[in-house]
Design a protein around this ligand. Structure first.
Ligand code: ZN
Length: 306
């Protein structure tokens, strides 16, 4: 029990802005002491389950409190294997291509792109094809192996905030669905700022807790899940980025693209549509854009130090 409790910590200050004006937001709906790696997979579909959540009265950030310690959550991610994630490579590629294309408008001569939470290397493989030098870091040993086998990419295996990386070096840093999974977003932003070259660009994609989808579905919003430790608004994200030395250059809403096969596979009562391999590959080729617009896609430039 003692060991279990050491794996969690209570915040007395907001992990985004450091204010101590915190209030309870939502009572937790699962027993966090039993948290295991299968509950935090990217493709986990157990929606509506949350930690005890607190809300910062200054910046509006909502976060798990207590929260798993950075070392504990990293140890869980290091053991994750998630084959369903890689099966959806086609749908994810479309999302990632849009991000890389936008980065190329800011940096037409390209450069070195560092992907944080690189998973199986889908984003980096696209960056490589388009002429970027790809680098990245990922906690899951399984995902790092797949990236090597499938795309011949050498991704660092480890924990971003503590990684030994060159300073003032990278042209772009991408964090797609990363910051909502970690207990210490400010440390991750500060690290991104440290490794980016002057005028380098950070891209963040993360759910918008004030989106219409979040409001309509209330407690059943699909982003309410044990893997998510922080829920951002445009206000808390702006404060976080400014505090870490960034200036926002573009903020837009994000719509995920999925293949019909992936959406069908997540509904057990539709699984009969995948019984024949011909049918399964047919659904794979059909892309469905979910216009939920319930995530942010933000580009921020590293400010030169005054
Ligand atoms: Zn705050």
């Amino acid at each position: 029990m003692k060991q279990e409790l050491e794996n969690f910590k209570y915040f007395t200050k907001c992990p985004v802005c450091s204010s101590s004006a915190l209030s309870p937001f939502k009572k937790g709906t699962f027993n966090f002491l039993n948290l295991n790696k299968d509950q935090i997979k990217i493709t986990d579909s157990d929606y509506g389950k949350t930690w005890d959540l607190s809300r910062c009265m200054y910046c509006t950030h909502i976060f798990a409190n207590p929260s798993p310690s950075p070392a504990f959550i990293h140890s869980l991610y290091s053991k994750i294997e998630d084959p369903l994630y890689q099966e959806e490579a086609r749908g994810r590629s479309k999302n990632f291509l849009r991000i890389i294309s936008f980065l190329e408008k800011i940096h037409p001569t390209k450069g070195v792109l560092f992907d944080v939470g690189a998973a199986t290397g889908i984003l980096l493989s696209i960056a490589l094809r388009r002429g970027w030098k790809p680098e990245g870091i990922e906690a899951s040993a399984w995902a790092v192996r797949i990236a090597q086998e499938k795309y011949n990419l050498k991704i660092h295996e480890g924990y971003f905030e503590k990684a030994d990386l060159p300073q003032n070096y990278y042209t772009a840093v991408t964090m797609v669905d990363f910051i909502e999974h970690i207990p210490n977003p400010f440390e991750a932003m500060a690290k991104a700022n440290e490794i980016l070259a002057p005028e380098g660009t950070l891209c963040i994609v993360t759910p918008d807790v004030n989106s219409l989808a979040a409001k309509i579905t209330r407690g059943k919003w699909w982003h309410f899940r044990p893997a998510h430790l922080g829920y951002f608004s445009s206000k808390s994200l702006s404060i976080l980025l400014q505090r870490a030395g960034f200036r926002i250059v573009k903020l837009r809403k994000y719509s995920w693209t999925f293949s019909a096969r992936y959406l069908i596979s997540r509904k057990p009562w539709l699984n009969f549509l995948l019984k024949s391999p011909h049918l399964a590959s047919f659904w794979e080729k059909i892309s469905i854009k979910l216009a939920l617009c319930d995530s942010f896609e933000i580009y921020a430039r590293k400010e030169s130090r005054k």
